[in-house]
Design a protein around this ligand. Structure first.
Ligand code: DP6
Length: 324
């Protein structure tokens, strides 16, 4: 193997993935629903792979839990199997987002690892196959292989062959205003949160049953350049996802008081004539979709809310890539 470094950008789902497909082989990590995302120009993960005597995983200056390291090593085993190699490696990653703070760092992490590891082990995969490989590390990572708007197909096959990501070319100008509403690691990671919800929430079935219609509507809105329609279905998808967690047993939620204050402010901005829509993932932060022309005003209004730790304006970003 040869040393290789890759960078992948974070993506945020507009129409969410939440829950695995029932009965699917666990290692394939097949989602119960498709999803539609936006890859951002801000935030991401840089990952370097080099030869070593034993597998090792270093994440900036942050401590790595045995579970996190095991996931990375299991992912390397998949790539080694494709390459017919037993070489051990050191993986050094640096996140431009706070790890596990709900800014979707597993998406950029496993996308960067997929690109760096396939390059290091000399495995040649097209982008579709790379997205399928990244998905096995983390479902959302499949989407960070591509830039801009991206669709992850749910697929139907048990072997996952039809569950891959692809870009949705669009000229719709958008920004995503990322509003940090808390610090530190989240209590319930996305994998545990979605598994517990799927197992215990009576609303999970409704989430799955109504999901395809949301995805269709978002795709049509995107194709038609209809930002209000895209924003409306995005907010619907996020609130519906979070409703499934409230109805789990025991129920749980990712909202902090600041999260609610920001959601209310987004509604107030809209009522006052500034078109913007909110989404949240498995953490307290809020991401606000709007046209670039109003992003500065949206950011300024949300920055002024008590408890907000920081606001950054992101634009559509590029695909994952090998760094020279
Ligand atoms: C709420 O991709 O982190 O961000 O596949 O178990 O690793 P695993 O889950 P992950 O879940 C992302 C959930 C979400 C919505 C989304 O990104 O679509």
């Amino acid at each position: 193997m040869t040393p290789a470094t890759a960078y992948a950008h974070t993506n945020i789902a507009l129409v969410k993935y939440w829950g695995k497909r029932k009965g699917a082989i666990a290692g394939l990590n097949l989602p119960a629903t498709g999803s539609l995302s936006l890859t951002l120009d801000r935030f991401g993960t840089e990952t370097r792979i080099e030869p070593a005597d034993a597998d090792d995983f270093v994440l900036g200056s942050q401590p790595v839990s045995p579970g996190e390291a095991a996931k990375v090593f299991a992912f390397l085993d998949r790539v080694r199997a494709l390459a017919g190699s037993t070489a051990r490696v050191r993986v050094t990653s640096r996140n431009d987002v706070p790890t596990a703070a709900g800014l979707a760092s597993s998406a950029s992490a496993f996308a960067a690892l997929a690109v760096a590891a396939t390059r290091a082990f000399g495995v040649s995969l097209d982008e579709r196959a790379l997205s399928q490989l990244a998905r096995q590390g983390s479902g959302s990572a499949a989407r960070s292989i591509f830039g801009g708007f991206v669709l992850l197909h749910r697929g139907a096959r048990d072997d996952g062959a039809d569950c891959f990501a692809e870009p949705l070319p669009s000229t719709l100008p958008v920004n995503l205003v990322v509003v940090r509403c808390g610090e530190g690691k989240k209590d319930t990671g996305s994998t545990d949160g979605m598994d517990h919800t799927a197992a215990t929430s009576p609303y999970f079935r409704a989430w799955v049953d109504t999901h395809a219609a949301d995805l269709d509507e978002a795709r049509r809105a995107l194709a038609g350049g209809d930002l209000p329609r895209l924003g409306e279905v995005m907010e619907h998808s996020t609130l519906k996802m979070h409703a499934t967690t409230l109805a789990a047993r025991p129920g749980f939620f990712y909202f902090q008081p600041t999260t609610i204050a920001v959601l209310q402010a987004v509604r107030a901005l809209r009522a006052a004539g500034t078109p913007c829509w909110a989404t949240m993932d498995a953490g307290p932060h809020v991401k606000v979709l709007c046209a670039p022309a109003v992003a500065g005003a949206v950011a300024a209004a949300l920055q002024a809310i008590g408890g907000v730790r920081g606001v950054e304006v992101a634009a559509p970003g590029p695909a994952a890539r090998v760094l020279a």
